[in-house]
Design a protein around this ligand. Structure first.
Ligand SMILES: Cc1cc2nc3c(=O)[nH]c(=O)nc-3n(C[C@H](O)[C@H](O)[C@H](O)COP(=O)(O)O)c2cc1C
Length: 200
């Protein structure tokens, strides 16, 4: 599969076969993730492969943080329970679970809040590029994947549950696995390219 085909045919697939992902495939996809562009030639991303044994504790700790947000928002208890059950199932049941983190390593230390915020935004853009690389590589290697953004909303819960180094800031999960038999992604329309041409 060439790059154009990989980009055109990659889809998020949430119905995955429970069989494990071979370590060599995961290692290759992560190696390619680390070829993503990054600001000032830095390498701010860190990837954590979350083994099955930590998943329940992780889901529970993240669930507490999410529950607090949902209760504060005033959602009905039944909805909260349903959302938390689904999230726990996705985390615990992932054939492979990769956590993308960022560090401040190599980033510029601006004296003002505005530039510091944009510096971090650049790192986050790079984390997105890394995750895209990871998902495209996984696809080209015959795996399906999808993104879960919950860690971005509960980085302390993730750090505590996984005993991460203090400098790791959790960004997102990528769930990877072989597609479940017969699973097909929802149809999607041809892209409507929102490109504005400014000539003069
Ligand atoms: C920043 C970001 C956050 C996302 N968060 C989630 C998520 O929390 N859960 C999920 O199932 N999918 C998540 N997705 C996947 C999108 O829903 C998916 O990419 C989108 O629907 C387009 O579908 P496709 O990937 O098949 O093209 C996220 C994607 C991005 C880029």
């Amino acid at each position: 599969m060439d790059a154009l085909e990989a980009i055109a045919t990659r889809r998020s697939l949430r119905q995955l076969d429970p069989r494990p992902v071979p370590a060599a495939l995961l290692a290759r996809a992560l190696e390619l993730a680390c070829l993503a562009p990054a600001p000032h030639h830095t390498k701010p991303w860190r990837y954590v492969i979350v083994g099955p044994q930590r998943r329940e504790a992780l889901a529970a700790r993240m669930g507490e943080a999410w529950r607090a947000d949902l209760e504060r928002d005033g959602h009905p208890a039944a909805l909260i329970e349903r959302l938390l059950r689904k999230s726990r199932r996705q985390i615990a049941g992932a054939p492979a679970l990769v956590l993308s983190c960022l560090t401040h390593e190599g980033l510029r230390d601006w004296p003002d809040e505005r530039r510091a915020r944009h510096e971090w935004a650049m790192a986050q853009q790079s984390a997105g590029a890394g995750m895209q690389n990871l998902m495209l590589a996984a696809h080209a290697l015959g795996l399906a994947s999808y993104w879960i953004s919950a860690p971005l909303f509960a980085p302390e819960a993730v750090r505590e549950a996984l005993s991460l180094p203090a400098e790791y800031v959790a960004q997102a999960f990528v769930v990877l696995g072989y597609p479940a038999p017969g699973a097909t992604p929802k149809p999607r329309a041809a892209p409507d390219v929102p490109a504005l041409i400014v000539e003069r």
